[in-house]
Design a protein around this ligand. Structure first.
Ligand SMILES: [Zn+2]
Length: 406
């Protein structure tokens, strides 16, 4: 997805807002239809049936008929795709929900050549054709990828318009080097690779965060409905939009890089939602960084982990494996010992048996790369060792499996 800043004239903005409104209206109708469905009833209407219904609705409501049919039909297609994502167990997407004015503003246009086209008019200016709005200027900040078939126009909460041309992200070819990489998510380090690399998802700078907190206090004090309140809200939204942009850019770059370098990509299988709810873990497998997480639940989302995994799955289909996230922090990748005490500190792993040491997150990533935890023998407890962090459980087969993969 490559996104460009769109600069519609005031008259064009009015048309774009109408498109957004229509798309939202149709989307919400679809949400409602599916909300009324219960097990036992006849199935909720699918995409094709909904398109037939749309034609009927347009015949009845002139204000909808005055809008773009493409916009409205694509809203139904977006909804159908969102339902598919919702039913896909590997996708963390939730059930498609109600869209609100001012918050979820956007529409999609397909059919290049018939419905739309794009061209460059000067070094920094491009034009994109939007049905009923005509040629709309956008900032030509980089090349529009060849072969784009559709685009999506959005307005963020800060009132900025963007156009994103959809390049179905042709999967990145595997390098064919037989190498596997493990990626561990974290807060201090957004992603640690088993190669030892530590990646940080850019967030707001300390200065920007200070500014954000100050504005949030101002907002709390500002009178409801006042101009001042509107201005502060706008400024807060801009700052948050900036953070989102950075996170998206980061996930794009990192996912492409990893998909290019490794044949097999292993990540922890975790539900972001569960993780944000509780970082404590269980008694036998306590979560890592518990204290840091408790106060920074939102930080997990901020770190862009979920986005990164989704983009990896897009770019390396069939090459991303999810690994059970148990014990990845307590196992020594060199000798296979599992011991809670090897976690010397928040940042350091030092094996109590063989002395192997590395960064705690990298250690976890190496274990994830080995894919070992999925095969963790369950009866550890019956041997009595783990629960009390007493005797040592050795699992020499890990070394063999690491060597085999090397
Ligand atoms: Zn060891």
């Amino acid at each position: 997805m490559s996104r460009f800043r769109l600069h519609p004239t005031p008259a064009q903005q009015a048309v774009l807002r109408d498109h957004c409104g229509h798309a939202r209206y149709i989307w919400n109708l679809a949400v409602e239809q599916h909300a009324h469905w219960h097990p036992g009833r006849k199935g909720a209407p699918g995409y094709l049936e909904q398109c037939r219904q749309l034609t009927a609705v347009r015949a009845e409501y002139p204000w909808l008929a005055a809008g773009s049919q493409t916009v409205q039909q694509q809203a139904l297609r977006d909804f159908a795709q969102a339902m598919t994502a919702f039913f896909d167990p590997t996708n963390p997407a939730g059930r498609p929900s109600w869209r609100k004015a001012g918050r979820d503003e956007g529409f999609r246009i397909v059919g290049r050549g018939r419905q739309w086209d794009v061209r460059r008019v000067s070094r920094k200016v491009g034009l994109v054709w939007v049905p009923k709005a005509g040629w709309v200027r956008f900032r030509w900040s980089r090349a529009v990828p060849p072969g784009v078939k559709s685009y999506r126009v959005t307005m963020d909460r800060a009132g900025r318009w963007h156009v994103a041309f959809a390049v179905s992200p042709g999967p990145v070819p595997a390098p064919g080097n037989g190498q596997a990489v493990g990626i561990d998510r974290g807060l201090a380090v957004s992603a640690a690779l088993s190669t030892g690399e530590m990646l940080h998802c850019p967030a707001l700078t300390a200065r920007e965060r200070t500014r954000l907190r100050r504005m949030q206090r101002q907002l709390a004090r500002a009178e409801r409905g006042s101009n001042r309140r509107g201005r502060v809200r706008h400024a807060i939204a801009r700052l948050k939009a900036r953070e989102t942009d950075r996170r998206k850019d980061w996930a794009e770059k990192v996912s492409t890089d990893i998909a290019r370098r490794f044949d097999l990509i292993r990540v922890e299988d975790l539900q972001i939602k569960n993780m944000t709810r509780s970082a404590r873990g269980t008694r036998d497998d306590p979560g890592r960084n518990v204290r840091a997480k408790a106060g920074l639940n939102r930080g997990i989302l901020r770190s862009g982990w979920g986005l990164l995994v989704r983009r990896l799955q897009d770019k390396a289909p069939g090459r991303v494996e999810k690994v059970r996230p148990a014990f990845t922090s307590q196992r020594c990748p060199a000798c296979g010992q599992v011991d809670r005490d090897s976690r010397e500190s928040q940042a350091v792993f030092r094996c109590t048996a063989c002395g192997f040491a590395c960064h705690e997150d990298v250690n976890a990533a190496i274990n994830i790369a080995a894919g070992h935890p999925t095969h963790l023998p369950i009866p550890l407890h019956s041997r009595g060792g783990f629960r009390d962090a007493g005797p040592v459980n050795r699992e020499p087969q890990l070394l063999a499996s690491l060597a085999g993969r090397g």
